[in-house]
Design a protein around this ligand. Structure first.
Ligand code: ATP
Ligand code: MG
Length: 267
C-alpha cells in the first residue's frame, strides 16, 4: 500500500532546528547519502542518530570501514556522548554473531552495534571465496541477520568510498543499482557516507548514487573572513516538503544545532 505523506513515519536527525525543516525527519526506510569533504562531521552526524535512537530503545548497525570501532568510540567520548547510557555491541568476530545477537536481544533498551574493517577482513580471509567483491556480501549477511533476528532498524555505512576501494567495482552502475535495491527491500533506514572530492565537484564517486538515493544531506566547511564555518543542507529528500537552505551547523552542549543568521531557523 502506498502511504500518503502524513502517514510516513519519520526518523529524526536529532539536529535541533533542522528536523522541523523536513517535516520532522527522514521517511523511515529511506536511503540517504551523507556527503562531505574530510572532517565535515559525516561520521559524527550519523553516529548521533544511532546514539539517540538507541536511547529511545531502537537498534542500529554502524559499519565502519574508515576507522576502527575503538577510534569511533573514542571520538564519540571526546564529543561528550555518555556511552554508558546505551548498549554498545562490537562485532569483532562474525563467527560469534549469534552470541552478539543474544546480547542485543537481552539488553534492556536499544543497541548501537558496530562492526569495523578488521572484523570483515578477518571474515574474508577465513573463507575460500577470495578477496574481491566479498566485502559487500559479508556486510549484507550481517545486515540480514541483525534485521531478522535482532530487530535492527538502522544501517550506516562509513563509507561508500571505502567500500569502492576494498571491493571490485568494475561495473559500478549495475552494482550500485542492486545495492540500493537490496537496502530498500530490507527496509532499514540507511545512511551511506560519501567522501566528496576537495573541489566539491560531485556528491558521490559514480554520480548514479545521487539519483538512486532517496535523500542527500550535504556537509561543508566554508571559509568566511578567515573563519571556517560548518554548514549543513538538505539537497534532496523524496516525499518531503523540505527547506533546502544552507544552515550553519554547530555542536555545543553535546547537541547539534542548525542555525540561520545565528538563530534557530523559523518554521
Ligand atoms: N568535542 C568536539 N566538539 C566539536 N567538534 C569536535 C569535537 N571533537 C572533534 N570535533 C571535530 O569533529 C571533526 C571530525 O568529525 P568526524 O570524524 O565526524 O568527521 P568526518 O567527516 O567523518 O571525517 P573523516 O573525513 O575523517 O571521516 C574533527 O575535525 C573535529 O574538528
Ligand atoms: Mg568519518
Amino acid at each position: 500500500m502506498i502511504k500518503n505523506n502524513k502517514e510516513l513515519k519519520r526518523i529524526k536527525l536529532y539536529i535541533e532546528g533542522l528536523d522541523e525543516q523536513l517535516q520532522g525527519g527522514i521517511p523511515e526506510g529511506y536511503v540517504t547519502l551523507i556527503c562531505g569533504t574530510a572532517g565535515t562531521m559525516k561520521s559524527s552526524i550519523s553516529f548521533n542518530v544511532l546514539y539517540n535512537e538507541a536511547l529511545e530503545g531502537r537498534t542500529g548497525l554502524y559499519v565502519s570501514l574508515e576507522q576502527s570501532a575503538k577510534s569511533l568510540l573514542e571520538h564519540a567520548e571526546n564529543m561528550g556522548y555518555d556511552l554508558s547510557k546505551i548498549n554498545i555491541v562490537i562485532i569483532s568476530d562474525i563467527a560469534k554473531l549469534k552470541d552478539k545477537i543474544q546480547d542485543i536481544k537481552s539488553a534492556k533498551g536499544g543497541s548501537l552495534v558496530i562492526s569495523d574493517l578488521g572484523t570483515i577482513r578477518k571474515e574474508i580471509k577465513g573463507t575460500k571465496i577470495g578477496p574481491s567483491g566479498d566485502w559487500l556480501n559479508v556486510i549484507k549477511n550481517i545486515i540480514k541477520k541483525l534485521k531478522a533476528e535482532a530487530q535492527c532498524d538502522f544501517f550506516i555505512l562509513d563509507s561508500l568510498s571505502a567500500l569502492y576501494v576494498l571491493s571490485n567495482f568494475d561495473d559500478p552502475r549495475t552494482k550500485l543499482f542492486y545495492i540500493f535495491e537490496f537496502l530498500r527491500d530490507i527496509e532499514l533506514t540507511t545512511f551511506l557516507i560519501s567522501e566528496m572530492p576537495l573541489n566539491k565537484s560531485k556528491y558521490s564517486e559514480y554520480e548514479v548514487e545521487d539519483y538512486l538515493a532517496d535523500g542527500i544531506i550535504l556537509l561543508q566547511q566554508t571559509e568566511r573572513f578567515r573563519k571556517v564555518i560548518r554548514e549543513i543542507s538538505i539537497v534532496k529528500m523524496r516525499a518531503t516538503d523540505c527547506n533546502t537552505d544552507v544552515f550553519t551547523l554547530e555542536y555545543k552542549n553535546k547537541k547539534f544545532y542548525a542555525m540561520q543568521g545565528g538563530k534557530p531557523p523559523l518554521v
